[in-house]
Design a protein around this ligand. Structure first.
Ligand code: AHR
Length: 341
């Protein structure tokens, strides 16, 4: 009797197409596969980076149809290259690379290309001869950020009637060889030559608060005439402020009365934004970290067989609480300053 019942159930299953455990559905909606994305993040050095990682994690969820495999490169290119090779072995559908530096990617990108896996570069750029080694890039125009910030300094000091020859700047650079560092360092170097400021030194603070503080401690010992500190991100600026205050000096825009004017980039860290409201940081060049939805949009367009823009630059502002400079001009284009209250 039992066997007869079992036979009946089996026949009914065959006729109605009912599924056993582990069998695939015939419903095409249910059969949709997750898109696998291997993301090589360069590290976790700053608040900007943490916000960037978070943005990627939120954009590439299972609910959105993705399986995200993220590897933290811990600031080492070799780790990122290993991660990319692992993604290739795992046959992911897409590779997203946030490169620590610009150079040295040719070989591994060729491997990804040979495996037929599209590579999307995000945030910083890669410097490769063959542009077909990656599908596209999305991120900030770091050179423009540097130029806007230095034009702000020029406009502000001019409005104060300060002689350019009295401006003594130190530059706390980002990770050497990264696009963000290259663009921003070029900004202060070029503007110093153009306007006649003294650029006393350029040393890397590696985008961290601890290193920013260390470098500033050193600068304060070596140069007593510093009146402007150009920090290449907010975390460095926080370290710089600690060092300046610990040395008994004051940060602020009143450089004629001995204050040290601090400049920065990002505008992500809440403390840095608050410091900008209080004029402890006089100007922040915005760097937008929210690339997750942008990368997802690119993958969606690739899935539809479309060709995304090769280079997608994100629009960014400048933040300051000082109302002397309302806008800055770069190459004939005017960029408004967002006044913080
Ligand atoms: O590449 C973007 C830069 O990297 C951000 O300005 C900095 O904070 C980060 O670590």
């Amino acid at each position: 009797m039992k066997r007869f019942l079992l036979m009946l159930i089996c026949m009914a299953c065959l006729l109605t197409g009912c599924r056993g455990i582990g069998e695939k559905t015939s419903d095409p909606e249910e059969e949709k596969q997750l898109i696998t994305v291997g993301f090589s993040q360069l590290g976790a050095e700053s608040d900007w980076r943490k916000a960037n990682t978070e943005s990627m994690l939120q954009a590439f969820t299972e609910e959105n149809g993705y399986e995200l495999i993220m590897e933290d490169g811990q600031q080492k290119q070799v780790n990122q290259i290993t991660a990319i090779r692992t993604f290739i072995q795992r046959e992911v559908d897409y590779i997203v690379l946030a490169p620590v530096t610009e150079e040295g990617w040719e070989t591994v990108l060729e491997e990804a290309k040979d495996a037929g896996i599209p590579v999307i570069i995000v945030d910083r750029q890669v410097k490769v001869k063959d542009k077909d080694l990656f599908t596209c890039w999305v991120g900030s125009d770091f050179a423009l950020e540097g130029r806007k910030a230095t034009e702000w300094l020029h406009a502000f000091t001019r409005a104060q009637g300060i002689d350019p020859a009295e401006i003594n700047v130190v530059d706390i650079q980002g990770t050497l060889g990264s696009s963000a560092q290259i663009g921003r360092s070029a900004g202060i170097l070029d503007a110093s030559k153009k306007y006649g400021w003294k650029l006393l030194a350029q040393v890397s603070g590696e985008y961290t608060q601890a290193r920013g503080r260390e470098v500033m401690n050193y600068f304060l010992k070596v140069y007593d005439q510093i009146n402007v500190v150009y920090c290449e991100n907010d975390n460095e600026a926080l370290g710089v402020i600690e060092a300046v205050e610990a040395a008994g000096r004051k940060v602020g825009s009143d450089i004629r009365n001995g204050e040290i004017l601090v400049m920065s980039f990002d505008g992500v860290n809440e403390t840095a934004l608050q410091f900008a409201r209080e004029d402890k940081i006089s100007c922040i060049g915005e760097c937008n970290p929210l690339h997750g939805p942008r990368v997802r949009k690119i993958i969606e367009s690739l899935e539809k067989g479309e060709t995304p823009e090769k280079y997608e630059y994100v629009d960014e502002s400048i933040f300051s609480s000082l109302d002397q400079v309302q806008a800055v001009e770069v190459d004939g284009e005017s960029y408004p300053v967002t006044l913080l209250k």
